[in-house]
Write a protein that binds this ligand. Sequence first.
Ligand code: SF4
Ligand code: SF4
Ligand code: SF4
Length: 102
Amino acid sequence: MSRSAILVRSAGGIERGFTIVVCRACKDPPCARVCPTEALSLRPGGGVLLIPSKCIGCGNCVSACDIGAVMWDYESMKPIICTHCGYCVGFCPHNVLGLEEV
Ligand code: SF4
Ligand code: SF4
Ligand code: SF4
């Protein structure tokens, strides 16, 4: 999961279950507001799109996301931003993940 935009966090062992952290597609995204280079553009319908060529790797967006949905790519030293492709939805057998048309 080192280069994934989704995080599975343990709530304290198998018995207590797990929490899925994934971008909620904010309408007014804090991650974009703190970007000094406008490398995160507003995505129609919510969330952001990363423009890698503009990113200076400052990490502000990681700190700004309240739910911790901005992961970090230690190879490129840039954030990993969910593209809302919906690929993960198809792998959850319990329909926990969903993608809505906006
Ligand atoms: S790491 Fe990149 S995308 Fe994130 S706030 Fe800094 S410049 Fe913007
Ligand atoms: S990464 Fe976080 S702050 Fe940015 S749009 Fe997604 S949930 Fe909102
Ligand atoms: S919607 Fe796509 S980019 Fe976002 S967490 Fe799921 S698989 Fe990853």
